[in-house]
Design a protein around this ligand. Sequence first.
Ligand code: SGN
Ligand code: CA
Length: 517
Amino acid sequence: MPKSTSLLWLLALCSVAACAPEPTPPPNILFIFADDHASAAISAYGSTVNQTPNIDRLAREGMVFENCLVTNSICGPSRATVLTGKYSHLNGFLDNESGVQFDGSQQTFPKLLQGAGYETAVIGKWHLGSAPTGFDHFKVLIGQGPYYNPPIGSITDTTVVEGYTTDVITDLTLDWLKGRKDPKKPFMLMYQHKAPHRNWQPGPDHLDSFEDQEFELPATFYDDYSNRSSAAAKANMRIDRNLNANDLKITPPRNLTPDQLARWNEAYEPRNEALKAAGLTGKALDQWKYNRYMRDYLRAVQSVDDNVGRILDYLDESGLAENTIVVYSSDQGWYLGEHGWFDKRWMYEPSLKTPLIVRWPGTVPESVRNTDIVSNLDFAPTFLDLAGVPIPSDMQGQSLMASLRSGHDPNMRVDFYYQYYEFPGSHCVQRHYGVRTDRYKLIYFYGIDEWELFDLQTDPNEINSVYGKPEMAEIQGALKIRLTELRKHYQVPEDTRPMPEEACTSDAEGWMGFDSE
Ligand code: SGN
Ligand code: CA
């Protein structure tokens, strides 16, 4: 057809309005959430212990946040903050252990997106007690959920699904993506893993991974916790003392099918026989425990990475990748033996920081490292903002849109408020709150009235508190004022709940289930 004719044909076919460029549809949101995934176990964050090629792909094609800090470094509270954009004292979910359930009648970002026309779903770990609200579809683990053959709760029932939980959650996620009710609607999907949470059970594909790799004890493994408050020395989360026979895979998981158990025993029985025969003690035994811990933890991580790859491949094949913002994060950070620890909870860097990687083709530039002080408090306002939904004024986070577009937002916060509440409780970590700037961190353990101050530039491992040193007086004073201001700004009440002095539960000593001498 000659050009002029084709133009006339086009004009004849459509009115001016119908030919106006289509408005860009709101982006889909895929929120990938791991549980207890340390940045130090992601190669895009410079891991020296493993490779995560699929998560790295998101980093290469998007932005890596190096300072994403959580409001309260523990599972349920982090999830409640993500959903509400509010600190724990306002969303009502202070800790995992006091039996409080998340109040699902409150405002959450999934509800607001649902109201704005998004199809919403959550699949995988939920761990907030009450049933999910604000979702068109949910399939969630019950409580923490097991690593194999998990019972999965939906609106109608609970069904046991055979398989390795990380794979099962991904299968259910792919099923949902492929069978969406109304593919014309944008979607917001929370795809949330249990892994690599304690007790780090590997999946069938990775039972032998890392077996030949040796892991050196971190520099602070034998931390004696001097030069700090009395809190760190009292915690029960040491790799050399507090891991039990299940953690160390001396005993197999209890709920495996005969086939799964056979494969498990094939991997672990010879290793455990060799351990018994070796009769290790002292540092050699500590090294053995550390290596078993690291290998199992990283095996659980590798399955997460493999499954992220399955999801990213599907986004590519289906054409969804282009208009889907993909976020990778974890409910908090984690210790890979720093200070001798596993677990989280502390305001110290490895548990305060959580991974955050965002890919959004055409909006977020590729391969950018972002050092803004951002937080899981910001996720809800960001998701609303990118969907064009107004951010309610009672949300306490900031939209990351400006930071995402350019790699730095000049209006981003310059200091951050943190508070942890779960004492007494697992691992015996005192309640504390504090403020962190790009260089300093002031922590107040308010149950024991003790302070810590760290200069992250000269003491990145946080082993020498300089609280009370005359040369720090000015900085310390300014940080205290700032802490008071932040508590006021975020409307933080005094924590008046009872706090028995020595009531914390002690985690396992005498770990082996057999005599190692
Ligand atoms: C369980 C774990 C603890 C862990 C908490 C909280 N013990 O109680 O080690 O700190 O969960 O984790 S276990 O022996 O049951 O694994 S959280 O991710 O849910 O906050
Ligand atoms: Ca967690």
